[in-house]
Ligand binder design. Structure first.
Ligand code: HEM
Length: 491
């Protein structure tokens, strides 16, 4: 005889299931953090502490939590227990001293192809293998080879600015910087140059759609139910899956063409894509791995670098004496006719300090994380393998005990003397340790070259449209909430 459950039995089952789910995803991780001896703001079911502050101002949430709970506290990222650490000694242990226990990142997008194969998401020996193959790609000599692409994109950036100045038009310099960094990364990592305005827009929109998932239901699905995410996201108007498909297809076409040319002995462009295709002696990257890294470089290198450059231009416009000093340094070291090459942009110490201070005040990557392999105690802090370490970069960079008057823009904080007084783990725009940002040199050279080229032609000035102070917004990265609207005065 078939047993048919009654409505009340079904209801009871649903309630038990719900209670079990809430216990597992809410109470249990909360109790774990409390058991570790951490102060934890009481989380909400499902979202945890994610919505304690509006998602767009997570950077201020970091600061408030640091003020309230100190440099170590707990919180739930959805149901994932996170130990937030901003104490420099502990950070040194996590990122460097005990690296073997914290060598991986907590996986947030590895259920979608090709994200699981990206360096950012890879773990253990798989990460080490790909990182070692890729490292030489970002060496000084290899970056020198791609300088012509960066230089060309820099010329286009300056042409746009000069046209705006001539027409007396206002432009959003943040968007313009985005076009520059997009052009660089597409030309170098994807081996593509824009064929038309339409082509440029299609590629730019697709690249923007990557990693463009803000905290909310879609992010929840992406982390906890990637198969469902794959089906639902495009139907809910998201761009992530469509952008991914388009970019993978585009990259595969370029790789096919390169492989054909290589087989026929036809010389190929010396860009990052080519270096990846040729990288490794006995241990080569296969095409799937190359596509994954090209997409990652696009996602990790476009918006971050654009924001850094846009924040730097805003800081220069709002600090005219500092801008003058940078201009004097550029004029002393480089005549306008000199080509701006890798070595010449590397010899501008004051500009370097200005960029460092920009990245302190406005770190585009305002937090990052480390997975915990085994339970252990580090400098009196008990950590559990069921949790992750969260690193609140914005709060660390605005801690008044480390950076007096943190809201003041002072490049002098980065003289060699001042730097030697501070613990390196108090400044983390590119992370730290063996898992730090592999694209740091490329990003720095892009930002420096663009600033040199801009300042050689125009002075950046504050207009009535300029946001002072600049308003910030958290999405995947920390960006200017209203763009960057500064004026230009031709030199
Ligand atoms: C101003 C621009 C940039 C900033 C602020 C930035 C920041 C960061 C940060 C904070 C991390 C995490 C580091 C850690 O966990 O210790 C990271 C990782 C990474 N970044 Fe960047 N980044 C920038 C530009 C770039 C560029 C231009 C590329 C490549 C073209 C790139 C590629 C990567 C990759 C592949 C990783 C993962 C490294 C690994 O797991 O081994 N980044 N970046």
């Amino acid at each position: 005889m078939n047993w048919i459950p009654s409505t009340s039995q079904i209801l009871q089952l649903v309630l038990v299931g719900l209670a079990w789910y809430l216990y597992k995803s809410w109470i249990r991780p909360y109790r774990l953090l409390r058991k570790l001896g951490l102060k934890v703001p009481f989380p909400k079911p499902i979202v945890g502490n994610l919505m304690d502050y509006h998602p767009a101002v997570q950077h201020l949430g970091q600061l408030k939590n640091q003020e309230k709970y100190g440099r170590v506290y707990g919180g739930l990222f959805f149901s994932i227990p996170a130990i937030w650490v901003s104490e420099p000694n502990l950070l040194k242990s996590v990122c460097i001293k005990n690296f073997s226990n914290f060598s991986d990142r907590y996986s947030l997008v590895n259920g979608i192809e090709p994200f699981g194969e990206m360096l950012l998401e890879l773990k253990g020996t798989d990460w080490k293998r790909i990182r070692n193959i890729l490292l030489p790609t970002f060496s000084a000599s290899k970056l020198k080879a791609i300088m012509p692409f960066i230089d060309k994109a820099g010329d286009r950036l300056v042409a746009t600015i000069l046209k705006a100045e001539q027409d007396g038009q206002s432009i959003d310099l943040w968007r313009t910087c985005g076009k520059f960094t997009m052009e660089v990364i597409l030309a170098t990592a994807f081996g593509i140059e824009f064929e038309s305005k339409e082509h440029e827009e299609k590629l730019t929109n697709a690249a923007r759609g990557l990693f463009e998932i803000s905290p909310g239901p879609l992010q929840f699905l992406l982390i906890f139910a990637p198969s469902l995410f794959r089906v639902l996201e495009p139907k809910l108007g998201g761009q992530f899956m469509n952008s991914t498909h388009y970019l993978v297809k585009t990259c595969k076409q370029v790789i096919k063409e390169r492989r054909r040319n290589m087989a026929q002995g036809i010389a190929c462009r010396r860009d990052i894509l080519q270096q990846m295709l040729e990288a490794g002696d006995s241990d080569k990257l296969n095409d799937k791995e190359v596509v994954a890294q090209a997409l990652l470089f696009l996602g990790a290198g476009y918006e971050t670098t654009a924001n850094a450059l846009a924040f730097a231009t805003h800081s220069l416009a709002t600090n005219p004496e500092i801008q003058q000093r940078v201009f004097d340094e550029i004029s002393d070291k480089l005549s306008e006719t000199d080509s701006v090459d890798y070595d010449s942009v590397g010899d501008l110490p004051y500009l370097e300090m200005v960029i460092a201070e920009t990245l302190r005040m406005y770190p585009p990557v305002f937090h990052f994380n480390r997975d915990i392999k085994e339970d252990m105690e580090i400098d009196g802090l008990q950590v559990s393998k069921e949790a992750m370490i969260g690193i609140p970069v914005y709060a660390i960079h605005h801690d008044p005990k480390i950076w007096p008057e943190p809201e003041q823009f002072r490049p002098e904080r980065f003289t060699s003397e001042e730097k030697s007084k501070r613990d390196p783990c108090t400044y983390l725009p590119f992370g730290n340790g063996p898992r730090n940002c592999i694209g740091m040199r490329l990003a720095m050279v892009e930002v420096k070259l663009a600033i040199v080229k801009i300042l050689q032609k125009v002075e950046l000035i504050v207009t009535k449209e300029t946001d002072v102070p600049i308003q910030l917004k958290c999405g995947t990265t920390l960006s200017p909430a209203n763009g960057v609207h500064v004026g230009f005065r031709k030199r």
